[in-house]
Design a protein around this ligand. Structure first.
Ligand code: CA
Length: 460
C-alpha cells in the first residue's frame, strides 16, 4: 500500500479514493445488493399537512434534489419527505437521491441537479468547505456551497476486529497495546484502520481516538479509505483491525459477531457536530424562500425525530427498501440509545443516542460556526489543509466559514417557523469544547489547541 501511495499524487488519491470508497456502502455489508444507486429514491408521502404559508413566504420553486447516504444522519431528510413536513411549507417536489458513496455525492453536486446531479443534501464535515474551496473537486474548481443546518449529533463509532478482544483496544488504549502497535508499525504487521472517505468526520474520529491513546495515525499504522463491505470482510479474515463509521454499521458488526465497539463518538466528544445539510450557493441565492421552506421542513422533522415515542415509526420508515433496505431490528436499538458494545459493555442512555433537534448542550440543528472551526483546525492538524488557515488568528479559516456557514438563514427560517426564541442560539460559538481525554478546544484560540496536541502533522 505504501507503494500505492507513493506512486500517485495526493490529489489523484483524494479523487480516486473518494470515488471508490463506500461504493457498496451500506447495502453490501448487510447482504443486499446496492440499489437505486445515484438514482431517484422518491417515495410517496404518507401525510399531507395543509399548507400554511403566507404569500410572502411562498417558495420560488417546489422542487429540489437532495442527496443522502443511507445512515442515521439522513433521517431528517427522509422523515421531512415521508411525514409531509417539506410539503407543509410548499416544497411538494423534494426528490431524495440515494448516493452510492461520498465521492458520488461530491461528483453529483459538482454537476448540479439541472444536469442530472443534485442541488445539495447530506454532508460530512468539512465537505461543504472543501468543495467551496475546490480542494476535492475535479480540476480544483471552486463550487460555492452554503451550510444551512446540522442534521444530527452522535450515531457514529469505532468498531474493532474481534481478535483484539481483551487486549487493551478500548475507549482508552492500554500502554502495552500502544507499544505493540508502534513496534508492529516498524515491521510487517501494521495495525490497519479504515474509514469510507478521507479528510472528513470518520477519518477525524478515528485519528482523534488513536492519537488520544498515543498512536500516531500517520506513522504507526495504516489508515485508509476502504469500502464498508470490504472492511467487514477483511475484519472477518483478520486483516482489518479497526473501522470508523455510522449507525447502523457498527451495531451490525457486533450483531454479526465480526467485532466489537471500542467507542461511540458520543464517548469521544459528547454532543459533537456530525453531519450537515448544505446546498449549492447558486441554488440558495436563486431560491431563498424555498431554502427557508426546506429548512422549516427539516426543523420540524428533527423535532419529530427527537420524540422517542416516534422512534419505532422512524425505524420502520428508514428501514424501507427505497431507503436503508435493512431489517428494522438493526435500527431500533441504536435509535433508542441502546448499544451492546460487544465487549461486555452495554449502554442504555438516550443522551448518547442519535439526536436531531436538541442535546444537553443546546441546539443540534443550528450550525455553530465554532464547530466548522474545529473541523478546519483538525484539518490543519493532520495536514489536510495548509497551516495558514489557522495561523494569523485563524483569519483565513474564519473568512471561509463566514462564506460557507449561513446560520443567518437558519435563524430566519426558525423565526418564521415560530420556533421559540429559547431554541434559537444567539451566539455563533458554542464555546469551549472538551474531549474524552481532557483536551479542550477554545474556538477563540484554535492555534493554542493545535500547539497543545502531542500527535499532529502541523508544525505549530
Ligand atoms: Ca457520520
Amino acid at each position: 500500500m505504501a507503494e500505492f501511495f507513493n506512486s500517485i499524487s495526493r490529489r489523484k488519491f483524494l479523487l480516486t479514493a473518494g470515488a471508490s470508497a463506500g461504493t457498496v456502502l451500506l447495502a453490501g455489508c448487510l447482504g443486499n445488493p446496492p440499489e437505486d444507486v445515484g438514482g431517484n429514491a422518491a417515495a410517496p408521502t404518507t401525510a399531507q399537512p395543509v399548507a400554511n404559508i403566507s404569500s410572502e413566504q411562498a417558495p420560488e420553486t417546489t422542487a429540489v434534489k437532495l442527496g443522502y447516504v443511507p445512515i442515521v444522519e439522513a433521517a431528517p431528510l427522509i422523515i421531512a419527505k415521508e411525514k409531509g413536513f417539506f410539503a407543509k411549507y410548499g416544497m411538494n417536489d423534494v426528490e431524495l437521491s440515494k448516493q452510492a458513496s461520498w465521492g458520488s455525492a461530491r461528483d453529483n453536486v459538482e454537476i448540479g441537479a439541472a444536469a442530472g446531479g443534485i442541488d445539495g443534501g447530506q454532508w460530512q464535515m468539512p465537505m461543504a468547505h472543501l468543495i467551496t474551496e475546490g480542494v476535492i473537486t475535479k480540476g480544483n474548481k471552486p463550487i460555492p456551497m452554503y451550510l444551512l443546518a446540522q442534521l444530527i449529533t452522535h450515531g457514529n463509532g469505532i468498531a474493532i476486529a474481534d481478535k483484539w478482544q481483551g487486549k487493551g483496544v478500548d475507549l482508552k488504549l492500554s500502554s502495552a497495546l500502544v507499544s505493540q502497535v508502534k513496534a508492529d508499525g516498524k515491521g510487517g504487521s501494521r495495525f490497519k484502520a479504515a474509514h469510507t472517505f478521507p479528510n472528513v468526520n470518520q477519518d477525524f474520529w478515528m485519528r482523534y481516538w488513536l492519537a488520544a491513546g498515543g498512536v500516531d495515525p500517520d506513522n504507526d499504522i495504516d489508515l485508509l479509505p476502504v469500502p464498508s463491505a470490504q472492511t467487514v470482510a477483511n475484519m472477518k479474515t483478520g486483516t482489518m483491525d479497526a473501522f470508523s463509521t455510522g449507525d447502523p454499521w457498527p451495531y451490525r458488526i457486533v450483531k454479526d459477531k465480526v467485532g466489537y465497539m471500542a467507542a461511540l463518538t458520543a464517548d469521544i466528544w459528547k454532543n459533537h457536530p456530525e453531519e450537515y445539510l448544505a446546498i449549492r450557493a447558486d441554488w440558495v441565492d436563486k431560491n431563498p424562500k424555498a431554502t427557508k421552506a426546506i429548512l422549516k421542513g427539516i426543523m420540524e422533522a428533527q423535532q419529530w425525530c427527537d420524540n422517542f415515542d416516534n422512534r419505532q415509526e422512524m425505524a420502520n420508515i428508514l428501514s424501507q427498501r427505497q431507503y436503508f433496505n435493512i431489517p428494522v431490528d438493526i435500527l431500533i436499538d441504536p435509535l433508542m440509545g441502546k448499544y451492546d458494545m460487544g465487549n461486555g459493555r452495554k449502554i442504555d442512555d438516550r443522551t448518547m443516542a442519535p439526536l436531531y433537534w436538541k442535546d444537553e448542550k443546546g441546539s443540534v440543528s443550528y450550525p455553530y460556526k465554532s464547530h466548522d472551526l474545529w473541523f478546519i483546525t483538525e484539518s490543519v492538524r493532520w495536514g489536510f489543509l495548509p497551516q495558514d488557515y489557522i495561523t494569523n488568528n485563524a483569519a483565513k479559516a474564519k473568512a471561509l466559514i463566514d462564506k460557507v456557514n449561513r446560520e443567518d438563514i437558519w435563524k430566519e427560517a426558525a423565526t418564521e417557523a415560530g420556533i421559540p426564541a429559547a431554541d434559537i442560539p444567539t451566539n455563533t460559538s458554542r464555546g469551549v469544547e472538551e474531549f474524552f481525554d481532557g483536551v479542550k478546544f477554545d474556538p477563540e484560540k484554535p492555534e493554542e489547541y493545535l500547539r497543545s496536541l502531542k500527535i499532529k502533522k502541523a508544525n505549530v
